[in-house]
Design a protein around this ligand. Structure first.
Ligand SMILES: Cc1ncc(COP(=O)(O)O)c(C=O)c1O
Length: 426
């Protein structure tokens, strides 16, 4: 699909008919009359994910406590079983991945494990545009070590619309002990050059972790070749694991000997776990960073949804994602910029993630007008509407229709009929 984009309502139909991933759309629960654009916040349910969830419920009904041991301890070892399905999605060995807890808990886990401040090297390097939970976790972790965030948290400020990787490298002074950055920015969709930043950190003997939440399932990631220290990610966005599905954590195998910053009995070696001894016998793989009993009701969706990723392949998913978001940007440029819209994400393929970021002074009211017309985008203060055409289930025809709806809303100024008063959740 390397042809130039064209305007007109036949062109998206042509693209849909020639979409090698088009058949996956039938595996998702799509709502009639709705165009779903929020798969970067909460991915849609697939038949496969729901089947895995129902299967788990049946096992619970039938087996009670024996559920842990059915199918060769499938649910007792659910984290490792799901890690096998997750491995190709993040480019790591299965034993370097645990599917456990929430993203925020895993940030605490990663930071508390790898942040070993000394008198001369005690700062954590972050940026000023990441999703705030990362910052809250880091501030609290430095406080736990007896430092004040205003001294020990070093913030790289975004100088323009996007970050320049060299600004992070310049900030890697000898007093920096650890870095935590997002791979893809949740608002601008900028993709940072993980290799450039990670290599620079390694050269300076600085530990580095990445938050892959907006990258995983959208762009290709090869943690093995990056050789970073740790990574964490959400599974309910592009991975379609379901609301609040358990998160992922990657621990580079060279660190398996370390003790987790936060320990719990599920991080104990399986052989001795049920001996319930008082001394922690640390399991020497990423599952040694689990805490308590796995939240299997929050993990089952992933068993189904990750199968789809292995079937489709990340390379093909990224290819379609770049193409369909490219098509959306083409239509925006052609039809909407004259009505005050601007594209807020980078233009270069290697620098943009899975969503299109549209800016407009009236974004809030326009996003509500879109909702009234059956489109589900999301709004981010102060002026951004995010659209995530998802490789698995968004059609080119839907993208075409959204741009037509937007055009109608701004041409007729129908958003002006909507109150400016903000809802609590947008
Ligand atoms: C970069 C990033 N990290 C973490 C989170 C959320 O963490 P949690 O799943 O713990 O709520 C988000 C949520 O959107 C995010 O964008």
């Amino acid at each position: 699909m390397d042809q130039e984009f064209k305007d007109g309502k036949d062109f998206p139909l042509f693209l849909d008919n020639n979409d090698p991933l088009g058949h996956f759309r039938q595996r998702f629960y799509l709502k009639k009359g709705t165009i779903y654009m929020s798969g970067n916040s909460l991915g849609l349910a697939s038949i496969d994910a729901v089947e895995a969830m129902l299967n788990l419920i049946e096992k619970w009904k039938d087996e009670g406590i024996k559920i842990w041991n059915v199918d060769e301890n499938k649910y007792l070892l659910y984290s490792s079983n799901l890690a096998k399905l997750m491995a190709s999605v993040v480019g790591a060995d299965p034993d370097e991945i645990a599917v456990t807890d929430s993203t925020t808990v895993n940030i605490h886990q990663g930071v508390s494990t790898f942040y070993k401040p000394t008198a001369d090297k005690y700062k954590i390097l972050v940026d000023d545009k990441n999703f705030p939970t990362d910052r809250y976790a880091i501030d609290s972790q430095v406080r736990l070590k007896g430092y004040e965030p205003k001294d020990a948290v070093k913030i790289v400020k975004c100088k323009g619309r996007f970050f320049d990787e060299d600004d992070f490298i310049e900030a890697m002074t000898p007093d920096v002990a650890l870095i935590l950055l997002p791979t893809v920015y949740y608002r601008s969709a900028q993709v940072l050059d993980m290799k450039k930043i990670s290599d620079a950190a390694k050269e300076r003997n600085i530990m580095i972790g990445w938050d892959l939440s907006h990258a995983v399932g959208a762009i290709e990631i090869d943690l093995k070749s990056l050789d970073i220290d740790f990574a964490i990610w959400c599974t309910y966005k592009y991975l379609n694991g379901g609301p609040g599905s358990s998160a992922g954590i990657y621990i580079n195998r060279k660190h398996f000997h370390m003790l987790p910053g936060l320990a719990g009995w599920y991080g104990n070696k399986s052989e001795s776990q049920f001996k319930l001894l008082q001394d922690f016998d640390h399991r020497k793989d990423a599952n040694g960073w689990q805490l308590g009993t796995p939240h299997i009701l929050s993990m089952a969706g992933l068993e189904g949804s990750l199968k789809l990723f292995n079937e489709a392949g990340l390379k093909n998913i990224r290819k379609k994602s770049l193409h369909i978001t490219g098509y959306m940007m083409f239509l925006v440029d052609a039809k909407l910029t004259k009505y005050g819209f601007a594209i807020g994400n980078p233009r270069e393929d290697e620098k943009r993630g899975g969503h299109v970021c549209l800016e407009h002074d009236e974004s809030y009211r326009i996003s509500l007008a879109l909702k009234a017309r059956g489109v589900v985008p999301d709004f981010r203060d102060p002026n951004v509407i995010r659209f995530a055409p998802i490789a698995f289930y968004t059609s080119y025809e839907e993208v075409y229709r959204i741009v037509e709806i937007l055009l109608d809303i701004v041409k007729n100024e129908s958003y002006k009929e909507i109150s400016q008063k903000r809802n609590l959740v947008v």
